[in-house]
Write a protein that binds this ligand. Structure first.
Ligand code: DGY
Length: 320
């Protein structure tokens, strides 16, 4: 029987499904967030179902002498050295599509919470400061007629754009390749070739791109300098798309009006200057965290693993 390592506890249904095909080990929370633990244990496994917090480096892959397939419990897979895996003949799958709606909902939620100051207003009430309705209390940005600038117009970017349109927002976007005309028309989205122009025109700038060499620190001091003072920044992609020190400085100097961040460069660490920044909503990477979506993510990843271990053709393996 093949052996599968699942690096963290995931929904039981998925584990039970995998047990029909293999002997399954589930790691304790956090155990496999270091290369050392993986290098130690990986040699005995044929399949790895890992998290975005699992560092699957070339060294780890080389230690996995029996490893045939890795499925990331995430759509993003910047934690895996995919090129090294392919060189070693190890197949790599991720989980697109199944988390699109949950992430679109969540981005909209962050935008509403940030633009309408939910966090500060709730804290004010809990602090006993609410002394009756105030005409000038907690005035926020109304979304209608505002411009949402999206960097990364893949499935999740489009899902956010769709929701934002329902709130009366105009959509501008940048993507490596321009999306098809039909999608642009549906979302009434305008393609902007230059990041700086996008940042200058957006009232809300949203990061929905993968982390690559090109997008690493894409939001740096220069880009932040070009954002209007009233602008808000939302990041549900990967922390390292932002230069966090530059963002913290921009927030402390009220150079932009606020940020909602679901992801961080050195997770689980958060840049200390972000923790003290004003108008900042900081969440522990939960964009896809719904019961339904996490189960769907798990099943998709599990099916990729079982398909490879059963020797199915690449074309039959989900999201390889
Ligand atoms: C992913 O799946 O890559 C996301 O970060 C989930 O929130």
């Amino acid at each position: 029987m093949p052996k599968i390592l699942i690096t963290e506890p995931i929904p039981d249904d998925v584990i039970d499904y995998l047990k029909n095909f293999a002997s399954v080990t589930v790691g304790d929370k956090g155990t496999y967030q270091s290369e050392e633990a993986l290098i130690r244990d990986i040699p005995e496994y044929d399949g790895l179902l890992c998290m975005l917090s699992t560092p699957v480096s070339e060294t780890v892959l080389k230690a996995g002498q029996n490893l045939k397939v890795i499925a990331n419990f995430a759509v993003g897979y910047d934690n895996i050295d995919v090129e090294a895996a392919h060189d070693l003949g190890i197949k790599v799958a991720n989980t697109p599509d199944v988390l699109t709606e949950a992430c679109g909902d969540y981005a909209m939620g962050l935008l509403l919470a940030l633009s309408r100051k939910f966090k500060e207003a709730e804290q004010y009430l809990r602090d006993g400061k609410f002394a009756g309705w105030e005409p000038l209390g907690f005035l926020g940005m109304e979304l209608r007629d505002r411009t949402l600038g999206i960097i990364g117009m893949g499935r999740i970017g489009q899902a956010f754009a769709d929701r934002a349109r329902a709130f009366g927002m105009k959509i501008i976007y940048h993507n490596r390749t321009r999306v098809d005309e039909e999608t642009e028309q549906e979302l009434k989205a305008e393609f902007i070739a230059d990041h700086k122009e996008l940042a200058q025109r957006a009232d809300v700038l949203s990061l929905n791109c993968p982390l690559t060499e090109e997008t690493h620190h894409l939001v740096n001091k220069e880009l932040l300098d070009s954002m209007p003072e009233h602008a808000l920044l939302i990041n549900i992609s990967r922390g390292a798309v932002i230069d966090e020190a530059a963002l913290a400085q921009a927030l402390h100097q009220n150079q932009i009006a606020g940020a909602a961040l679901d992801v961080f460069e050195e997770e689980p660490k958060v840049h200390p200057d972000l923790l003290t920044a004003p108008n900042t909503l900081l969440l522990p990477h939960i964009a896809s965290a719904t019961h339904r979506t996490r189960k769907d993510i798990g099943m998709l990843a599990a099916e990729a693993i079982t398909s490879v271990l059963e020797g199915k053709a690449d074309s039959e393996i989900p999201n390889l």
